[in-house]
Every structure is written in C-alpha cells, then in structure tokens.
Ligand binder design. Structure first.
Ligand code: ADE
Length: 232
C-alpha cells in the first residue's frame, strides 16, 4: 500500500513513522509513506496557505489553490489515485470497520488541515471523503492522520508478523478483549484465574468469549448494538 499525507507540519510525522510496527512495515515494503508539505505549493513569497473567511468570523481558512496544486503534484507520484480522505471533526467517525475497509486499498491520500477548516471547494473539488477520529477538536488533522495510519497499517498482511493477533484484537468482532494474564501466577495476592492454567483449550476459549461479552456489556454496551454477536 502507498499512503500519501499532505500537511503543513511534515515534521510531526517523523517520530511516529520511525518506531515499531510502522517502521518495520515500511522497511519490509508492506507500506510506503510519503509526506508532502502543502506550504511548498503556496504561490506568493510569504508562502501563504490560509486566509480570512468570507462573511467574517474568527480564525483562518485553508485556501484552495495551494492544496489543489499540492494534491495534483502528489497524485502524479504514483499510478493510482486511491481514496482521498480529509481529516476533520465534520467527518464520519473512524472505527475498526473503516480501518479494515481502508486496509484493502492500494493507495490512500490523507489531507491534514490546520486553522479553522478547509475552503469548502477543497472537499468538493477533490472528491474527498471526510473522517473524524472522535467528537473533540484537535489543533489540526495531523494527529488524526497518524491515528488512521497506525490503525490501517497494522492490518496489512505481514505487518504484525503474527497474522492471528490482528484478528483476535478488540473490535475486530465488535467486542472488547478478554482479560489477559502473564507470569507470575500470584501477584500481590491476586491469582490468575484457574481455568487459564487448566490446559483445556476449549474451556479457555469459552471462558474468554464469556468475559469479552460481559465486559462489553458492562463497559461499552453501545458496542453490542453494532457487534456481530449480539444475541449471545
Ligand atoms: N481535526 C481536528 N479535530 C479532528 C478530529 N476530531 N478528527 C479528525 N480530524 C480533526
């Protein structure tokens, strides 16, 4: 998969891309990630990319021209256009199902905005879909783009090394994860549940399923409405 990111703050992406799964997935050619600075496409000598909103009001709006020029440049860097995504609090909520859907694509172009928002012609003209990572306002779309990137890349075949683990994770079926334990057997008086020491794999699987359902019911009942396993 190829992921392009258009941003005014390319340096913000440096550290997250340098570690762990995101680094390994790039090193192994599972994903290639390219960051492009929108400001490099500003037309004037002040490198201006934002302006005051028509109709008045506080804050600044991202101008369409630098973004269109940047986008048209980036588009040509690879053969396929791919999905174009604006990160904005106005977008559809980002969930695991969306991460899975995006992980099937050959190319994504993510646009991270700053200031109060994008000139509306950017969304319309680029045919972009809008995604929000939650109902709160961030200072810009960069952290949201990183969240999306992280969630998508770990789903790409080979990214985790162990294919099973992305499957078993919380949310892959719309349920929270069952409780996990490692050594020691007793820690500060708290014991590992007996069943996990029994070696009975069928019973363990059943117990884990039950735990996952109970926790979801207790902590995130809203998830059960969307889950594949509601009648259990
Ligand atoms: N930009 C600012 N806030 C955001 C959010 N919650 N999701 C995506 N992009 C954003």
């Amino acid at each position: 998969m190829r992921i392009d990111i258009l941003t005014l703050f390319p340096e913000m992406f440096e550290s997250p891309l340098k570690y762990s799964i995101l680094k390994r997935a790039q090193d192994e050619g599972i994903v290639s990630i390219a960051i492009t600075n929108i400001r490099d496409f500003a037309a004037d000598k002040y490198r201006k990319v934002d302006d005051r909103p028509y109709g008045g009001g506080a804050g600044m709006v991202m101008m369409p021209a630098p973004l269109f020029d940047c986008f048209e440049h980036v588009e040509k860097l690879a053969p396929r256009r791919g999905r174009v995504i604006l990160l904005t609090p106005q977008g559809q909520p980002f969930r695991q199902a969306k991460a899975q859907e995006l992980a099937q694509e050959e190319r994504l172009i993510l646009i991270a905005g700053r200031y109060e928002g994008f000139d509306e012609r950017i969304r319309i003209g680029l045919g972009a879909e809008q995604i929000s990572i939650g109902d709160y306002i961030l200072n810009g779309g960069e952290l949201a783009a990183m969240v999306l990137l992280d969630a998508v890349v770990r789903l790409l075949p080979g990214a985790l090394g162990d294919e099973q683990s992305a499957q078993d994770d919380s949310f892959s079926e719309g349920l929270l994860e069952y409780p996990q334990y490692t050594r020691p057997e007793v820690f500060r008086g708290m014991r590992v549940p007996e069943i996990l020491l029994s070696g009975d794999h069928a019973k363990i699987a059943q117990w884990r399923r039950q735990q996952a359902l109970e926790r979801t019911q207790a902590w995130r009942p809203d998830l059960l409405e969307r889950s594949d396993a509601p009648d259990e």
